[in-house]
Design a protein. Structure first.
Length: 176
């Protein structure tokens, strides 16, 4: 049996090749060694949206969904998900999260709910995956609680919008 060694590269914004950190020099997936990194206060903020029928949004806003307080339960689910990210994403480090804040905003014009999650830690690696997981599970919980009246809901635009801390410092998305 012949083994093919692959080198994986990503392009940074300045078009300089950079090796993907979750692959070793032979192309095998591995967990990144963060032992030599310095601890720092790390923050990540992620956002996402779920669009739905206007009548579904009205049920959420009025608190009349059969399963109860949709946004309250989605907030708790999002916080729980952030804390369990390393159980879901194979190469994520388990982190001592110091804060998770989840907020929902209603957009009546587009019949949407926007979810923002801010996750913080003091440690050797960032919390972007935890923030993204919180947003996605928050939106999935809204879907689950409202699917009886609207199976056509669409989740979209899940993304990191800013991060702070660590060796690479601050980053803010130019896309809003």
């Amino acid at each position: 049996m012949r083994t093919i060694n692959l080198l994986f590269h990503a392009m940074t914004t300045d078009s300089t090749p950079q090796s993907l950190t979750h692959f070793d020099s032979t192309g095998k997936a591995h967990m990144v060694d963060v032992a030599e990194k310095q601890d720092s206060h790390r923050i990540a903020v992620a956002r996402g949206t779920i669009r739905m029928k206007s009548t579904t949004l009205e049920l959420i806003v009025q608190g009349n969904a059969k399963k109860g307080d949709v946004l309250g339960i989605a907030r708790i689910a999002a916080i729980m998900a952030a804390k369990r990210t390393s159980d879901l994403i194979p190469l994520c480090h388990p982190l001592a999260i110091t804060r998770v804040a989840v907020n929902f905003s209603i957009d009546e014009k587009t019949h949407s709910v926007h979810c923002n999650a801010q996750v913080e830690t003091v440690g050797k690696t960032g919390v972007e995956m935890e923030a993204l997981t919180a947003v996605q599970v928050g939106l999935l919980t809204i879907y689950d609680m409202c699917k009886a009246v609207d199976r056509g809901m669409v989740m979209s635009d899940i993304r990191v919008i800013e991060k702070h801390g660590g060796k690479s410092g601050d980053w803010v998305s130019l896309i809003d």
